[in-house]
Ligand binder design. Structure first.
Ligand code: C5P
Length: 252
């Protein structure tokens, strides 16, 4: 996937069945084109759910937050890069071709895994995508979880983690909106910033370092990850439209 010039919403499909995930994709695509599959849904449905999203035209942020020995992360990132769809054969003129796409556009690793692990992740993505002649997925590193308390050290910790991510060849980081502006200032426009912990109102669930859509855009976030505010809404479509209204209006 090409780097986007405008910030985009990623819906966190934090549900426990493929059927539920499909219901949200059917309801919200193409208003939302990017879907995050994390450990909850991937544990339940595995690659099938990635294929489902890709088959419907969406792209997948595979958020499995790898943190393991370098070789395991190298192999896992390689496998994740190439989850493909071959659900049906399509008639292309006279010929029948398999419908193969590679919907995973971004994956995560924990920066705490250290430089050898981070470099192994990047190597896994580069080698697999070169081998299959596909676009390399973005590899972004988790700095500190948005569920952790804000503290005076948090910004320093996030910036140190971002430096390690940059030095190791990662495409960017996951951080809270509270640190995003500083990360953008230090690392410039080519460094991807992914921000979870987006909340429009008072309810923050287990998230501690939260901010609104407008604040996230102002801070320079590229991808705003939103889960429960949409997934648990009484009217997910209406909530999505309101959020998109805020997103498109945020630059004004
Ligand atoms: O429901 P909510 O909007 O809080 O969902 C946020 C999503 O972002 C969750 O899927 C969570 O796993 C993920 N995430 C996060 N903080 C990070 C990295 C990922 O909340 N640092």
């Amino acid at each position: 996937m090409q780097r986007l010039s405008n910030p985009e919403i990623i819906l966190a499909l934090d549900v426990s069945t493929l059927k539920e995930a499909e219901r949200f994709v059917d309801l919200l695509y193409p208003k939302i084109k990017l879907f995050k599959i994390g450990s909850q849904l991937f544990t339940a449905s595995g690659p099938d759910v990635v294929k489902m999203v890709g088959d419907k035209g969406g792209n997948v942020f595979l958020d499995l937050k790898f943190h393991d020995i370098p070789n395991t992360v190298y192999c896992s990132i390689g496998t994740g890069s190439t989850i493909s769809i071959v659900p049906h054969q399509v008639d292309v003129g006279e010929e029948i071709e398999d419908n193969i796409t590679f919907p995973v556009f971004m994956m995560t690793v924990h920066i705490k895994g250290g430089r050898p692990m981070l470099e192994a992740a990047v190597k896994g993505a580069i080698e697999k995508s070169n081998e299959l002649k596909i676009e390399k997925p973005f590899i972004v590193g988790v700095t500190r979880l948005t569920s952790e308390d804000d503290s005076s050290d948090k910004l320093t910790e996030v910036l140190q983690a971002a430096q390690l991510a940059k030095d190791s060849g990662l495409d960017g980081v996951v951080c809270s909106v509270l640190e995003a502006a500083k990360v953008r200032e230090v690392y410039g426009k080519d460094f991807i910033i992914v921000t979870p912990g987006i909340r429009q109102g008072q309810v923050t669930d287990d998230q501690k370092r939260t901010a609104t859509v407008k604040q996230a855009v102002k801070a320079g976030s590229d991808f705003l990850v939103i889960g429960r505010p949409i997934i648990q809404s009484k009217n997910p479509l209406k909530t999505t439209e309101e959020i998109l209204g805020d997103l498109y209006g945020a630059g004004n």
